[in-house]
Design a protein around this ligand. Sequence first.
Ligand code: 5RP
Length: 230
Amino acid sequence: MDAREMKVKAAEAALAHVEDGMRLGIGTGSTAEEFVRLLAEKVADGLQVQGVPTSERTARLCLELGVPLKSLDELPELDLTIDGADEVDSQLRLIKGGGGALLREKIVAAASSCMIVIADETKVVETLGRFPLPVEVNAFGLTSTRMAVERAASRLGLNGEIKLRKSGEDTFTTDGGHHILDASFSRIPDAEALANQLNLIPGVVEHGLFINLASFAIIAGEAGARTLKA
Ligand code: 5RP
C-alpha cells in the first residue's frame, strides 16, 4: 500500500462514523482531502451533511466537489470533526499545523462533540516533537515573540532551532493573516507544560499542540486501519 492508499483507508474508516444530518468539521491536509473526496461521493448519493471547513484550501475543495458548507458562526456546535495530524502519541496528544491551518483546526475541534484523527502509521510517535512544532504568531513584534518562545522552551530544557516558515521567497501567511514559527525540539517530553507556557505568550496566536481534543484516531497501515484510543 502506498502513502496515498493508506490515507484513503483511514478516510474510509472515518466516513463510517458520519451520519445523516451531521454538522461536520472538515480538516486540512492531504489526508483530510481524501476524506473530502469520499464524503463528496456520499453527498452526491444523497447523504445530508453540513460542513465547516478548517481552511480556505479545504473550503475550495468542498465547493468544487459539492460538499455543502456553513461558517462556524452559522453552526457554532458541531457533531464531529475529522482531521489529519502531523504526529499522534498514545495519549492522543497531537502535533498539527504542518499545513498552516492549526488555528482554525483547533477552534473547530474545540467546537465539536467528537474529533476523529485520520493518519497513517508514520504519524504515530512515542514522544511528540520529531515533527517541528508550528507556532502561529502575530506579525506585530515577531522577533520579540520568537525570543519569548525560545525562552519559554528553554525553561523546559527544549533548545531546538525555531524557524520562520517561508512559502517560496515569501514569509508564509496563514488564513488568519499571521505567521508561523516552526520549532524543532526533536522531543517534547512534557507537551502539557510546553502548551501552558506557549499559551502565556501574548504574540502567540495558537500552537500546534492539540491536547484533550482528539476522541480517537484511525491509523492506517499495511494491515488496514486500526483505532487508537487513549
Ligand atoms: C494542517 C494539518 C494537517 O492535518 C497535518 O499537517 C497533516 O497533513 P497531511 O494529512 O497532509 O499529512 O495540521 O494544518
